[in-house]
Design a protein around this ligand. Structure first.
Ligand SMILES: Nc1ncnc2c1ncn2[C@@H]1O[C@H](COP(=O)(O)OP(=O)(O)OP(=O)(O)O)[C@@H](O)[C@H]1O
Ligand SMILES: Nc1ncnc2c1ncn2[C@@H]1O[C@H](COP(=O)(O)OP(=O)(O)OP(=O)(O)O)[C@@H](O)[C@H]1O
Ligand SMILES: [Mg+2]
Ligand SMILES: [Mg+2]
Lengths: 257, 257
């Protein structure tokens, strides 16, 4: 029984990739079989695992070569229990072709069906905003995680994302789209504004906010510079323990195992 | 003689909006006439100036109602010397229609021609990534500013953006696309990794990096929470003086006045 989890947000730079990378690693350490898919042309997932060279088959073929079996697109690194579909090099023209294919919101969901029996978890790192790739990620997911930086512009963007989410749900009455929760990220306990925004969000959307908060953590910044998950870089760091707690919270809350 | 300046990046959350908002305000304080255009459906510019209610005409009509004169889309606030085209509410379907219109990279550039004599500066805040709206912003601009957060993933994304930029240039041989410079933003002098990345960037791309560096500055975070430019919120803050220095550097470097 595979659970598909997408990381989506309207706002940029709120920790979608960091959360996908580190939650995937947490699951892998917990002996779950994970497939991590990078839908973003900027290829952050590949860099987050130290894969310096571009891959020849990946997200581009996922959309533009639908007859190519998923198996051909899947890569490994030295990480146990983790497989990847990396975002490979694409020209602006190819990006446009992909967005046309992805105007079919259900495309990715159907494409991933052949992977359902192989993996315990499929994690999807989406680009920011509500373009066709992000909507495909939302539609393919059993659970959507919405990272949120506790700053005013990110909160305003979240409101707009939730409106779009409802609009997408209405468009797909036969699919039950689910928000697993809002994940407060990059939380800086020394900033009054972060505490204030966290309070407002908890007050307005309490039940939907994960108990786990990801703190602003220097080891996380360092780990992405070194091309490693923070969990393999420094297991004892606050960043690592937060993402492991998030895994446990998810598993409990949604009875994933 | 109008100068059009776009704020673009592959990476999300690197300070495009903050830079567009604050540079626009700096120019306005300098008595220049400014039009600030928000191309991003998340509407951050409107929130950055405390405009709480959605506007009825704006970016949506800019693309979907090309016969509507620009004048009808332009709004003011109590800011002297500043006019705005705000991003107004758009459904996912309207977003898709806009992206189809924007597949013509030169659309925005032609649309803005009627504004050329009215303003000294037209500033365009683009969404992250290299989708049709961002490419329209690049193509419409005399000068493109690339904000860069001094962290590894943002640097990797910058590389990809520069490749895409060159690809766009080749596609438009009769237009001279120009990168004004890379603007280091959110620079945290207490983080070793930020200093290290800044050194690498200056070493690799020295001539293209603005001398002005925008520091990580609590007043900037606070100002966007209060719906004001940092310059009107706290003129003495490091954030304000940095964006004013950037204005001076731009004016000198490109002999804008
Ligand atoms: N908790 C944290 N503490 C410190 N740095 C963090 C934390 N989370 C993320 N970062 C850093 O912040 C930057 C943005 O994070 P990330 O790239 O994961 O966001 P994103 O939402 O995927 O961005 P994009 O919209 O560009 O895809 C990265 O450089 C990352 O290393
Ligand atoms: N120099 C700074 N110091 C402190 N906070 C900053 C600074 N610059 C920007 N910020 C804050 O960081 C967040 C991201 O900045 P901003 O929204 O301008 O980035 P962006 O590139 O426009 O993001 P997006 O990709 O979502 O459009 C905002 O909450 C903003 O207030
Ligand atoms: Mg990302
Ligand atoms: Mg922005």
């Amino acid at each position: 029984m595979t659970t598909v989890i997408s990381f989506v947000s309207q706002k940029g730079g709120v920790g979608k990739t960091t959360s996908a990378v580190n939650l995937a690693t947490a699951f892998a350490f917990g002996e779950y079989k994970v497939l991590l898919i990078d839908l973003d042309p900027q290829s952050s997932v590949r860099f987050s695992f130290g894969v310096k060279n571009p891959v020849d088959l990946g997200t581009k073929e996922l959309f533009l070569k639908p007859d190519l079996p998923l198996q051909r697109l899947i890569r490994r690194t030295d990480q146990e229990n983790m497989h990847f579909i990396f975002s490979n090099q694409m020209t602006l023209h190819e990006e446009q072709l992909i967005s046309h294919v992805a105007e079919d919101d259900g495309f990715l969901r159907r494409r991933l069906e052949e992977a359902y029996l192989t993996y315990d978890f499929i994690l999807i790192d989406a680009p920011a905003a509500t373009g066709p790739l992000s909507l495909n990620a939302v539609c393919a997911a059993d659970l959507n995680i919405l990272p949120l930086q506790c700053e005013s512009l990110a909160v305003k963007s979240l409101k707009r994302f939730l409106v779009s989410f409802n609009e997408l749900q209405k468009k797909l009455p036969h699919r039950e789209l689910k928000i697993a929760g809002i994940l407060l990220t990059m939380f800086d306990k020394d900033l009054e504004i972060h505490k204030k925004v966290a309070q407002q969000i908890n007050k307005a959307l309490g039940g939907s906010v994960f108990k786990t908060v990801i703190p602003k953590n220097a080891q996380i910044t360092e780990s992405s510079a070194l091309g490693r998950s923070v969990i393999t870089y420094d297991l004892k760091s606050e960043g690592s323990s937060a993402y492991i707690r998030l895994m446990d919270e998810l598993i409990d809350k949604f009875r994933l195992r």
